[in-house]
Design a protein around this ligand. Structure first.
Ligand SMILES: [Zn+2]
Length: 186
């Protein structure tokens, strides 16, 4: 893939611009930094202005997470302990949600805690070995829930709300743990 990377700063918010063979512009905060994916030939100014409110809100959220992250307690499981616990939560989530996971894998992921493929493979980031039980359990339920609801729409969240008191909070906590774990060496 041909891509060019440029860095910039939008009113105090650092960003990276990447031009790719895509149709539409896209903004991401996947790893906590603003990345702007643009089709070739498109400038960055227009999308920054149009999305300023969203960018600011998200950026503020990340700054708060960074501060919060410092104090989060972490576990230190072995890979095997992580796998056992993940499988236990997968089974619980399967029963609760009435779905079947075809394959579970644990591997290092650079930008997210987990994923779920349409073929029924749930992938959990190996860094999840540092997450407390309740957070790991939430992560597993979130991914397994994708077997019922592909998108993060209200059906998806309503389904999770049957099992977790405060889904928004759990998402925030997961997000904060990203910074807690990413930025540290153990
Ligand atoms: Zn998801």
């Amino acid at each position: 893939m041909v891509q060019r990377v440029k860095r910039g700063n939008f009113k105090g918010i650092p960003y990276t611009v990447i031009h790719r063979p895509v149709k539409y512009a896209r903004l991401e905060f996947l790893t906590g930094e603003l990345r702007i994916i643009l089709p070739y030939g498109m400038g960055v100014r227009e999308i920054l202005t149009r999305k300023e409110r969203w960018i600011r809100k998200k950026y503020q959220m990340i700054q708060n997470s960074l501060v919060e992250a410092e104090n989060l307690p972490i576990e230190n499981r072995s890979h095997r302990e992580l796998k056992e616990l993940v499988i236990q939560y997968i089974q619980e989530a399967e029963r609760s949600l009435g779905v079947k996971v075809r394959k579970v894998q644990i591997r290092k992921m650079r930008t997210k805690w987990g994923s779920c493929s349409s073929r029924g493979t749930v992938t959990i980031n190996s860094l999840a070995k540092y997450l407390p039980d309740r957070v790991l359990r939430y992560l597993v339920f979130h991914e397994v829930n994708h077997l019922k609801f592909w998108r993060h729409d209200r059906f998806f969240w309503n389904s999770l709300k049957r099992f977790f008191e405060n889904v928004e909070k759990m998402e925030d906590v997961l997000f904060s743990y990203w910074f807690r774990i990413r930025g540290k060496s153990f």
